[in-house]
Design a protein around this ligand. Structure first.
Ligand code: NAD
Length: 371
């Protein structure tokens, strides 16, 4: 089979969907892998690195016109026409973007959006949301430390003592947990909040304090349990009490990292303008929900702004800033997913009885296959 790896063209996208490690395995399975010249360069992988493991280096048309195309991001409008009707596309294809999915259906491809995989044990090795969120959580803390004009750790020096930074983390999914772990390694004092009660133990096991907002009604408790491991919108009564607790912590914080998301919806507002204005000058907020509208209304997606002396980082693609490891982990996720859609004879097959395949399938035979 011909497998293509085009270069990513979205502004700021530095990742690549295959690495020499995964290409080597695909070539060993008998496939021909065509990598677009320069596809890996922003992720520190040269054409020579791909060629050394048996890839053919081609132009864009060569990489797109394959039986199976591996991408990081959904094709842009101008690129959809480069796909061969009847071919298969695998990538992070925005399963909630109806326009994009219709474009893929119109291109006549079988398309799999990896973000739509269920959060099950079997799907863990191909869970792109986890592999990339983990990186985003790490990079958010590193960026905050870079912008913050003080130390993270408590230090006792001959010139006097320096206090540890107070870090507040809002939303403790995969990114939030890694943000806690990273801030802890740097010596910060950390508090964290999430709607899901199961998170408390994880927060405490990483050495942070959980901001407890008890549930007062059965409705609040039920909403907090979420669905499929994801959060659901919480009742206003609970959100109001959470806001009061969070406001107290944010006013004391030096760094706030927000990661709260609800799949398919705008991100919840957790840090209001008033809260930002209560913070000390020099404080830093990194809003990982920037691409989904932000957890703070002052966040400018893709920009870093200063409001009232507080720096707000609205970077929308943090994994792309750790391109080499982000690509390495993403490429392994892709390789694992391919095991579900390539049969032992090395040909593509569609098994709708497989729950992961069925969940990820977004377009097939000219139709969008996702509600
Ligand atoms: P996410 O990126 O969808 O959301 C980030 C966090 O924001 C979540 O923890 C969510 O509860 C929280 N949040 C939403 N609204 C909030 C609010 N108003 N206030 C505070 N926090 C709020 O989440 P994610 O990182 O994708 O993880 C979701 C869940 O899936 C987690 O429990 C994670 O451990 C689980 N998971 C399971 C598997 C698996 O079993 N294979 C793999 C990955 C993740």
């Amino acid at each position: 089979m011909l497998i293509g790896v085009p270069a990513e063209t979205l502004a700021g996208e530095t990742r690549v969907a295959a690495t020499p490690e995964t290409v080597k395995k695909l070539v060993a399975q008998g496939h021909t892998v065509r990598v677009q010249s320069g596809a890996g360069v922003c992720a520190s992988v040269t054409d020579a690195g791909f060629a050394a493991v048996g890839a053919e280096i081609t132009d864009a048309a060569g990489a797109w016109g394959c039986d199976l195309v591996l991408k990081v991001r959904a094709p842009q409008e101008s690129e959809a026409g480069l796909l061969r009707p009847g071919s298969t596309l695998v990538g992070m294809l925005n399963p909630f973007d109806a326009t994009g999915l219709h474009r893929l259906a119109a291109a006549g491809v079988t398309a799999y959006a990896l973000e739509a995989a269920p959060r099950t044990t079997r799907a863990q090795s191909m869970d792109v949301l986890s592999s990339q969120a983990n990186i985003a959580g790490y990079k958010a803390v590193v960026m905050a430390a870079d912008r913050y004009q003080r130390f993270f750790p408590m230090l006792m020096t001959a010139a006097g003592t320096v206090k540890a930074a107070r870090v507040v983390i809002l939303g403790v999914g995969v990114a939030g947990l890694q943000a806690i772990a990273t801030a802890k390694r740097l010596g910060a004092v950390i508090e964290a909040s999430d709607v899901r009660p199961s998170v408390k133990e994880q927060v405490e096991s990483l050495g942070a304090k959980f901001i407890d907002v008890p549930y007062e009604t059965a409705e609040e408790k039920e909403a907090a349990e979420g669905v499929g491991g994801y959060a659901r919108p919480m009742p206003q009564s609970w959100l109001d009490r959470q806001k009061a607790e969070v406001a107290k912590r944010v006013a004391q914080a030096d760094v706030v990292i927000t990661t709260a998301l609800i799949p398919g919806r705008a991100a919840p507002v957790l840090v209001t303008q008033e809260m930002v204005e209560s913070m000390k000058p020099g404080s830093v907020i990194v809003d990982l929900a920037a691409a989904q509208g932000g957890n703070c209304p002052l966040t400018q997606p893709g920009q870093t702004v200063v409001h009232h002396g507080v720096t707000l980082v609205g970077e929308t693609n943090l994994p792309a800033l750790v391109a080499a490891d982000a690509s390495a982990l993403y490429a392994r996720n892709v390789l694992d997913f391919l095991k579900l859609i390539i049969n032992p004879e090395g040909a593509l097959h569609l098994n709708r009885d497989d729950d992961i395949v069925a969940a990820c399938l977004v377009a097939h035979e000219g139709a969008v296959t996702r509600a």
